[in-house]
Design a protein around this ligand. Sequence first.
Ligand SMILES: NC(=O)c1ccc[n+]([C@@H]2O[C@H](COP(=O)([O-])OP(=O)(O)OC[C@H]3O[C@@H](n4cnc5c(N)ncnc54)[C@H](OP(=O)(O)O)[C@@H]3O)[C@@H](O)[C@H]2O)c1
Length: 236
Amino acid sequence: MNRPYIICHMVTSLDGKVTGDFLGKTECAAACETYYEINRNLKSNGFICGRVTMEGSFTGGYYPDLSEYEPVRHDMDLKMDFILDDMTGFYAVAFDPKGKLGWKSNKIVDPDGDPGYDGAQIIEVLTEQADERYLGYLESMEIPYIFAGETEIDVELALFKLKNIIGCDTLLLEGGSIVNGYFQRADVIDELSLIVAPIVADKNDKPLFTESTLSTFEAINAKIENGVTVLNYLKK
Ligand SMILES: NC(=O)c1ccc[n+]([C@@H]2O[C@H](COP(=O)([O-])OP(=O)(O)OC[C@H]3O[C@@H](n4cnc5c(N)ncnc54)[C@H](OP(=O)(O)O)[C@@H]3O)[C@@H](O)[C@H]2O)c1
């Protein structure tokens, strides 16, 4: 396979939503605990999240003053990826088309030291829309970046590079709804790992896949653990 094996690992509500207040409710706590436990045990080269999730979970909205950084100029037809010599093998891959995420370190610092996240080397997946000074900022922070697309991230190209340049064999796709939808439409989700919390979400919350298309999976495992349902499916 010319791309990493993709396992989409998510907590969902009974009605298949993945964003919103239900995630913070006491009734969802066991589902979140089970989610993190499974995350620690899934063997992978790291996890992929959309820009909104990365901001909510890790960067907290910080953004650098780009006027302090030299622009990195690339020929418009030849956007160059920036890779480090010593890549760790465990990555936090941010789908950040315009370069909106401000990192204070080139590795994830998880407040709980969770080995499922802590120490993961950040990789920015960008489009040609990213500001050239943002590239200067990333290089000064020693944060690797790859280009995939002009305005939207071309999921297949990004995955090709993650496999063939970075060396990722398996990656976890961990939300939210929008990035999951891009992957579902590109038909690159090989496995689903769903933790279903016994709670119904609000009507405004978003589904597992935004703007999904018709596709089928095969159920391979179902169990009840800590009062939550754990479901596993393989791509048909
Ligand atoms: N239930 C769970 O297990 C779980 C797990 C993770 C997150 N979440 C929840 O999910 C929520 C966020 O989800 P979300 O759906 O709003 O956002 P998201 O998927 O986290 O991020 C969406 C953003 O990522 C960028 N993006 C991703 N793929 C792209 C592509 N192929 N092409 C172009 N841009 C792409 C865009 O950034 P720009 O906007 O910069 O263009 C897009 O708006 C959080 O509040 C979090 O609580 C839940």
